[in-house]
Design a protein around this ligand. Structure first.
Ligand code: PEP
Ligand code: MN
Length: 371
């Protein structure tokens, strides 16, 4: 299907760069009109989703005449992130969502929340329902723990807890416990990698008003996961946090998954979601290198230095006792050191941003001088 895109003329250079990419992709374009203020481009064939995103992300893009976008709802989302229960999520933030992979007992929930509060953190993670490969493995304590969980969150000033939901009745249980109990805490509904293409569940959480932590499918393409998020946005929910967590592969060894954090900037270029990175599931162990730096710390650093908007990290007062994923969970001391490391990397990212924006200014000044 053909399309006409309108751009503001001040971004002519970016537009021409896109045109070059259109030609390289074997599609055709014409300049439909070129006025003093604006420029319109006619693209005669359907183009790839990536190219479509590239075009619609040009600053000053006005609108497309016919919408054949495969992700119209995601395309319309604000680039500024969102605020939920007093917590800001977006490009200016680095939210750390740490906590219990699986709640084993309420005593450990209290100790984790007290610890997070002492560090000034107000988001947490707590597994209530666990998707397990082996049907005989611990499946989570389930709904009976929710009221105690929310009560303790309020006691330690935790403002949002990420809870994975595996089906629609979990969504009901979590939302009704929260709403009926009149708690101050809020929830982030997590869709795990195994449900990355459970379209009915995606539609269901799309109809709620809670933020959704969507974990990228571990065996599907990035675009397929983005289209799954379109289900959430299309159903009215634009509070989406898109989490990279590594891909399943025989080549992942010695890690649990192949870390996919290198795709963070590409993801951000294509859709306006808040990004998240899960180093615990990507690495899956607590090994150190010869510099006494954990592999988990190395991949966390990669995510932060590339500008991830949030991190999802497993911690436990005594990791070996966790009934789920015990090999990848950090104790409090390890997590405290990781936080210091995260601060170093965040500063590095901020400096990198400054470096490249200065480079851009220099380039614009030079272009101006040359022309
Ligand atoms: C989890 O976060 O506990 C989890 C099950 O993650 P994933 O869906 O990424 O495996
Ligand atoms: Mn897990």
């Amino acid at each position: 299907m053909a399309n006409i895109y309108f751009f503001s003329k001040q971004n002519a250079q970016q537009v021409y760069d896109c045109c070059e990419a259109i030609l390289k992709s074997n599609s055709f374009y014409n300049i439909a009109t070129e006025k003093e203020e604006s420029i319109a481009i006619y693209v005669s064939e359907e183009i790839s989703l990536e190219l479509e995103c590239k075009l619609t992300n040009v600053d000053g893009f006005i609108r497309k005449l016919s919408t054949n976008s495969k992700m119209p709802a995601l395309s319309e989302m604000s680039p500024n992130g969102f605020t939920y229960n007093g917590i800001k999520f977006g490009d200016e933030e680095l939210n750390i969502i740490a906590g219990l992979n699986a709640i084993d007992n309420i005593k450990n929930v209290e100790s984790v929340f007290r610890f997070l509060n002492s560090l000034g953190l107000s988001s947490a993670r707590a597994g209530v329902y666990k998707p397990r490969t082996n049907p005989y493995s611990f499946q989570g304590l389930g709904a009976s723990i929710l009221n105690d969980l929310f009560f303790l969150a309020d006691k330690y000033n935790i403002k949002a807890i990420a809870i994975e939901v595996l089906n629609e009745s979990h969504v009901d249980e979590v939302c009704s416990a929260l709403e009926q109990g009149n708690y101050k805490v809020g929830v982030i509904l997590q869709i795990g990698t195994r449900n990355a293409q459970n379209f009915e569940l995606l539609k269901c959480v799309g109809k709620t008003r809670y933020p959704i932590l969507y974990k990228r499918g571990f065996g599907i393409s990035l675009l397929e996961s983005m289209q799954a998020c379109e289900y959430i946005a299309k159903n009215g929910n634009n509070k989406i946090i898109f989490c990279l967590r590594g891909l399943k592969s025989i080549h992942a060894s010695p890690h649990r998954n192949i870390c996919d954090f290198s795709q963070l900037p590409a993801l951000k270029r294509m859709i306006n979601v808040v990004t998240c990175s899960d180093p615990s599931h990507s690495v899956g162990n607590r090994e150190y290198d010869h510099n006494q730096i954990m592999d988990i710390a190395h991949v966390t650093a990669q995510a932060v230095i590339s500008g991830t908007n949030s991190l999802l990290i497993d911690i436990h007062p005594n990791p070996k006792e966790s009934p789920v994923d015990s090999n990848q969970i950090l104790n409090f001391q390890q997590f405290s050191s990781l936080l210091d490391d995260i601060n170093i990397c965040r500063m590095a990212f901020i400096n990198r941003k400054k470096l490249y924006s200065n480079e851009l200014i220099k380039k614009q000044e030079l272009d101006h001088f040359v022309s």
